[in-house]
Unconditional design. Sequence first.
Length: 202
Amino acid sequence: MKNIRKKATFLGTVLLMLVVSACAVNDQNITAAEKSDSQASVSQLKKAPEKIIVKNTYEGQMVVGWVERVSVGDLSYKPKAKIDSGATTSSINADIIRTFETDGKEFVVFRVDFEEDGGEHVIEAPITRWVRIKRKGGDDEYIRRPVIEMTFCIGNKKIKEEVNLADRGQFIYPVLIGRNVLDGRMLIDSSKTFTKTPSCSN
């Protein structure tokens, strides 16, 4: 009986030692894994952040004030123009004299009168399209006006774009420069006026 008890005690002791040994090995494996994860995290932190490149989409664009002197077509006089990013198409104060058709193409004869230079100028040009313009102060009242192509000189930029021939007699500025001229070419500094002198070469 004593021998049986001794054997049982011995086996229990051996089993306990095996369990303790297995736990120790497992703890070592967990510690090694944690150490590996920690080293990986530190390695990731040490990596230099990716360089973010921001492209300057305004590079090369001219900055103008919200009112500038501009050259219009071949006219020697340089009227004041309001630079307005809220307007889709540029416009000029014009008095339509007549429209006519030649070889299936429409033309317009119109008069511009810049009061400051004291003279009227009559111009003939082909019509590219027609637009409906809302009357100032009118409720849902529109008028049909022709659109032509004209060359503007603002600063040292010479730009050929569409312009509608509008009745701007009630406005302060006879010329309105809209987004079709500005886009990709100019930025507006709303705190300034008359920052550029038209100086385009022929």
